[in-house]
Design a protein around this ligand. Structure first.
Ligand code: AMP
Length: 414
């Protein structure tokens, strides 16, 4: 049986066997966030295009070429959200969250959309989990954010992950640095890729990310921002580092670290996994002290990150086993189907996972089915109102009293 239709390019279906692993990641993240006081927020899957143009930045790859943008019926430009931070800042402003105790600590999970060239670990609809702490410039918040992602990776057991840390400084000193960087790029312009050359003025930092050899050779000798930080920024960065050291989180300083969004200031970080190949980043983020102001609010410092659920699952490389069922109710005779259904409801209400045959199978077919779905015990309901309890692991079968059904099956679940 094949359909004429397939999931669109760069998208995928989450089938039950994959959904189990996802649920584990989402539950682990939710528990870690809750224990640190980050509360859940959900924003719409689409926003006014202008929000991302202003927030993420017109010079970024995301805004230049990766957004799913369309007009709604009233001619307004709408974009499927490519990232979560700008929408959350929009919500912070819209709902007057600056009046709450600061920082406002939020977490989220959901689908995001980017029109990228699909490959392993890079999709057009993908899923992120993330946190934002809005309303503080304390290095404690940077360290806490990093700790949360570090803890999640550790708890899930993602192998081969390394934390890279950098700082972009604040906008004033950064402008001076960017002029030096542009001069460096211009001096060797003909060695750069076309894309980098065209963006020397717009986004020179992205040259650090380039994968062509020519640009990489030019960047090997480029000035880096980490060595040019202004005093206050350098101090902030030193504080973040010593907090990480105090909590035993290993990192390497990466002076060439840049991120694909314009809003970052000061701390930036990236968790990369060497098992992942080209798309090696599990998650990353940083401080974005200017974003809220950029969106029309008063200056409000903030820090956050996002991690890709698909990347985490790829790095884990495991398929979660089905949990199996505590019990399966089989009937010898058609007259017992109703009794099976009533009993199944009772068992489920008692917290015992139970299935009945919905397919009209004969007894042999039902036992086979119970085995396939991993039922630990099968209760065989006989025509005279009696019942047999069969342990599927040992194959042992014995009569069981009607009054003791729930007790006995409950024990099987434990
Ligand atoms: P970003 O929002 O670009 O900072 O990305 C944060 C994280 O989201 C990355 O580290 C990836 O794990 C994940 N991610 C970003 N883009 C994609 C994509 N196209 N497909 C799958 N995961 C992605």
């Amino acid at each position: 049986m094949a359909s004429n239709y397939q999931a669109p390019r760069g998208t995928f279906d989450v089938l039950p066997e994959e959904a189990r692993g996802r649920a584990r990641v989402e539950h682990a993240a939710a528990a870690i966030f809750a224990r640190a006081g980050y509360e859940r927020i959900a924003t719409p899957a689409f926003e006014d295009t202008e929000l991302f143009e202003r927030g993420v930045g017109r010079s970024t790859d995301i805004v230049r070429k990766e957004m799913f943008t369309f007009e709604d019926k009233a001619g307004r430009s709408i974009t499927l959200r490519p990232e979560g931070t700008a929408p959350i800042c929009r919500a912070y402003l819209q709902h007057g969250m600056h009046k709450l105790a600061q920082p406002v600590k939020l977490c989220y999970a959901g689908p995001f959309f980017r029109h990228e060239r699909p490959q392993a670990g890079r999709y057009r609809q993908f899923h992120q989990i993330g946190v934002e702490a809005i309303g503080t410039d304390s290095p404690l918040a940077d360290a806490e954010a990093i700790m949360l992602l570090h803890d999640l990776i550790a708890e899930l057991g993602v192998p081969g992950v390394e934390l890279r840390l950098g700082s972009l400084g604040s906008p004033g000193p950064r402008r001076a640095y960017l002029e030096d960087l542009k001069a460096h790029l211009r001096a060797r312009e003909d060695e750069l890729s076309k894309d980098v050359r065209e963006r020397i003025d717009l986004n020179p930092l992205r040259a650090f990310d380039a994968d062509d050899e020519g640009t990489q050779a030019v960047m090997a000798g480029a000035p880096t921002i980490v060595e040019r930080l202004a005093d206050e920024d350098a101090e902030h960065f030193a504080d973040v580092r010593s907090l990480l050291e105090a909590t035993g989180i290993a990192y390497t300083i990466d002076p060439t670290l840049v991120r694909g969004l314009d809003y970052y200031t000061r701390t930036i970080f990236s968790f990369v996994c060497d098992e992942l190949g080209a798309q090696s980043e599990i998650g990353g983020g940083g401080r974005y002290d200017g974003l809220i102001e950029q969106l029309g609010g008063s200056p409000t410092p903030a820090v956050g990150w996002a991690a890709g659920i698909e990347r985490i699952l790829l790095a884990l490389g495991e398929v979660e086993e089905a949990a199996g069922r505590d019990a399966f109710l089989a009937v010898v005779d058609e007259s017992q189907r109703q009794r099976a259904m009533t009993l199944a409801a009772e068992l489920r209400h008692a917290g015992i996972s139970t299935e009945v045959d919905l397919g009209g199978r004969g007894l042999k077919g039902q036992l086979k089915h119970a085995d396939r779905i991993g039922a630990r015990r099968v209760l065989i309901l006989e025509a005279d109102g009696g019942a047999q309890l069969r342990d599927m692991r040992s194959g042992e079968q014995r009569p069981i009293e009607a009054g003791r059904l729930i007790d006995e099956i409950g024990e099987a679940g434990s």
